[in-house]
Write a protein that binds this ligand. Structure first.
Ligand SMILES: C[S@@+](CC[C@H](N)C(=O)[O-])C[C@H]1O[C@@H](n2cnc3c(N)ncnc32)[C@H](O)[C@@H]1O
Length: 198
């Protein structure tokens, strides 16, 4: 694990009160994720302080929420306890740069505001046939407000569709301007892709 990355993210969460405030979960969860049946298993990659993990747990899902920042995971744990869903969420401190979860383990994989293309490839086998892979993150755009964003972490136009071109049915794809509660006005891309059975 990159100690420097972990320290960077811990510091961000500790020094920036706005990042510790509860934020609305992805709208995609409301629209596309069916209620869990108590055994439905989700994986929230780079979960941060848990806005999406908590929303999934509220819908009846069991959630594995993973991130490299122990500070973020502690905030998540406290928020999940307040929301009454702590029993449905298991947190783990993990470096996603080397993470390859076991095959056929999840009915839903979600990745929000974090881009690692190889992580998508490494985690697709962990999604069960019929399961949903949901990604929402930032993309290149000339009018993005954050001019110093690392270009490696920004999607090219249409790129998410290419990452799920094989073995998936794309249920939803969109490019749009982010919500006003985010720090900088940025263009985003989102996909909901259903894994095919064969
Ligand atoms: C912008 S936040 C997004 C948090 C959350 N997904 C959300 O949308 O609210 C990015 C998160 O990625 C985590 N992260 C960065 N590099 C990571 C790595 N190599 N392994 C695991 N988590 C990482 C950070 O700790 C941070 O919580």
């Amino acid at each position: 694990m990159s100690q420097k990355d972990q320290e960077k993210w811990d510091r961000k969460y500790l020094e920036n009160p706005a990042l510790r405030e509860p934020r609305p979960p992805l709208r995609l969860i409301d629209t596309w994720v069916p209620p869990g049946d108590g055994n439905s298993q989700a994986l929230d990659l780079a979960c941060g302080t848990g806005r999406n993990a908590i929303a999934l747990a509220r819908k009846g899902w069991k959630v594995e929420a993973v991130d490299l920042s122990p500070v973020a995971l502690q905030i998540l744990t406290e928020a999940a306890e307040t929301a009454g869903v702590l029993a449905s969420i298991r947190t783990e401190m993990i470096d996603l740069e080397t993470f390859s979860p076991p095959v056929n383990s999840y009915d839903l994989i979600l990745k929000a505001n974090y881009l690692d293309r190889s992580l998508i490839r490494r985690t697709i086998p962990a999604l069960r046939p019929g399961g949903l892979y949901i990604v929402e993150t930032y993309m290149h755009h000339a009018d993005n407000a954050k001019k110093d964003a690392n270009p490696d972490y920004l999607l090219a136009p249409g790129e998410l569709k290419t990452l799920f071109a094989e073995g998936f049915e794309i249920l939803h794809y969109d490019e749009f301007w982010n919500e006003s509660y985010e720090m900088h006005r940025m263009r985003k891309q989102a996909i909901v892709a259903k894994k095919l059975s064969t």
